[in-house]
Ligand binder design. Sequence first.
Ligand code: ADP
Ligand code: MG
Length: 714
Amino acid sequence: MTARHKAIEAISTHKVASTQNYLEHAGEAIYGQYVFHEGVQREYLPKPIYRRLRRVIDGLEPFAPEIADAVAHGVKEWAMAQGASHYTHWFVPMTGSTAEKHDSFLAPDGDGSTIAEFSGRNLLQGEPDASSFPSGGIRATFEARGYTAWDVTSPIFLQVEPNGVTLTIPTAYVSFTGEALDHKIPLLRSQQALGKQALRILRWFGNTTASRVFTTIGPEQEYFLVDRRLADQRPDLLLTGRTLFGAQPPKGQELEDQYFGAIRARILAFMMDLDRELWRLGIPSKTRHNEVAPGQFEMAPVFESTSVGSDHNMMVMATMRRLAPAHDLAFLIHEKPFAGINGSGKHNNWSMSTDLGENLLDPGADPHANAQFLAFLIAIIRAIDVHAAVLRASIADAGQDHRLGANEAPPAIMSVFLGSQLEDVVRQLEQGAASASKQGGHVGLGVTSLPTLAKDATDRNRTSPFAFTGNKFEFRAVGSSAPIYWPQTVLNAAVADSLSVLADELEQLQPGDFDGLTSILSGIVRQHRRVLFEGNGYSEEWHAEAARRGLPNNRTTVDALPALATAEARAVFTKFGVLSERELEARVDIFWEKYVKVQNIEASCALDIAKTMILPACVAYLGQLAAAGSSRGVRTVADKVGSLADGLVDAIHALEHAQHEAHEAETVQGEARAFVDDVIPAQNALRVVADELETLVADDLWPLPKYRELLFQY
Ligand code: ADP
Ligand code: MG
């Protein structure tokens, strides 16, 4: 029996893990158990320290180093009471994965014994060696110094494992020379920039009470689960996160019976573990369901401030990865683990909120608020049009190239979907001053009320990359594995830019001059209405129409990344100090490098599998056929397999050659282009031959678990 068949047998007798007593602790009782949350802060910190800390966390006063020692003491007491022995500064370097280095609390006290120590300085600042993280040339290997700095806006938490508890401090990561080396710092800067510009708009509308505006994020997360015993037999899943080979199974997702289907016991066990672990971490996991493709699932949390929500999304992905093996499952977060069925994305629900809890994208019922809502809405429309190419670049990577623009994910063309009622309002605004609502009233903008926009009044459009959904936008084109910091940074910077342009104009008007406001907004709509699209984003017609409208359509990463090297991109990032020119350049270098490295790993992995697994299976089968005599049927099969095996050998050589040639390119951009033009097509050609062989070679000789097994056997 082959390893594949042994795995299938094991699955058939698999007992669903019961890893927790679900009745014992309700969600409420465990929520935030691993977090140094407000309640714990109050308990462990002296009152004045607690109050100062809260004001810093709420953005009401700048960071206060003088409270660090007292906070560190409270944090340590709390963490040790929960069994923590170590602490770590947790950050997100430009690898896109989280990073942590642990230190124990142990400090020798000089007389042969030790005490537990955790000072204010330990809390505030860490010094991880920066030389082995990507820096895009900002740090050379001999210049190793980098610093992590406590990010007070993101809650301190515990990583609780069966064998130890680690106090974990979310941090920002900078080089010795002060450049951001992580995903967090630009995001925080972009939030600050957007908040400042949004406040200018609010002030013009007479809002004097809000003191801060921040963005909110609710990322819906798609992912796959497959049986681990099968996945372990696929080097491609292990090394690249996706299947590089695999014939289409007779059944895929065409029956649409997986979407929102009943959740299998084994998956539910995983999801229950996940929810409870996330709740303990203070992550408000809310929704879970089966997604469209077989073996595909989704979770969504309740939205939070963007910096916290972005950290939490990293923790969600990490927790999924960590928990899956206990259920003998493998967790696949790649954008396209399987050809021929849907891939995975992230839908970033995004809005802006004041510190008093007003959602700035809630159309509301109050006419005055509606004018304000329209001002924000139209500034966003402008932002998506003006910065379309940069936004597109913010979601570009090797994995996304399999998904964007295929008939399952939004196209690579950035457009805005508003829904019929809002679209109608914006269209009227375009005509000039006064506008009639759909109900037929004739009222000016200042006193108009939008058609009653109950949240469910807007349509849905799953084909739009950027869709308004009642009281928020949904950035639907983000990749499933992406750290969401970067796309949210770019979106914030783009919107900050639009808001500042609008605020500059508004501040020339008298407060309350709604006619003036109307004509400014009409002007913006007329100039940027080309980015509005209500139809089917998957259709050919839209691609043609978008081209007519002059909207950028950068299909691949290699087409998309150059937008980050333009003067416009530099301007939008430097205008508000989100990224310096050097920081931006470094980032872009890292994206190019990463793209090439990922493609190169995939090509090498495909070659390895083709040469050492698929070809030997063909040879073995040809041997069996040769031994089976020379009946016409046997000869026909042998001829077919024989000629495909020849084709396989040729395709292997062609891919090796293309890969070798690509490495000769002088620049990383040139190499990336060579991968797109030559290596990827050669790898695809190899796959075509291998996948056909899979449909011919005897099942018991085929070394790779098949799609039907991965997708349906769990
Ligand atoms: P759907 O998109 O299916 O209607 P929901 O309305 O529940 O689903 O929202 C999906 C996601 O959007 C959830 O994560 C939710 O918390 C988030 N969300 C809702 N309101 C906001 C908001 N103001 N800002 C950011 N995200 C939001
Ligand atoms: Mg959804």
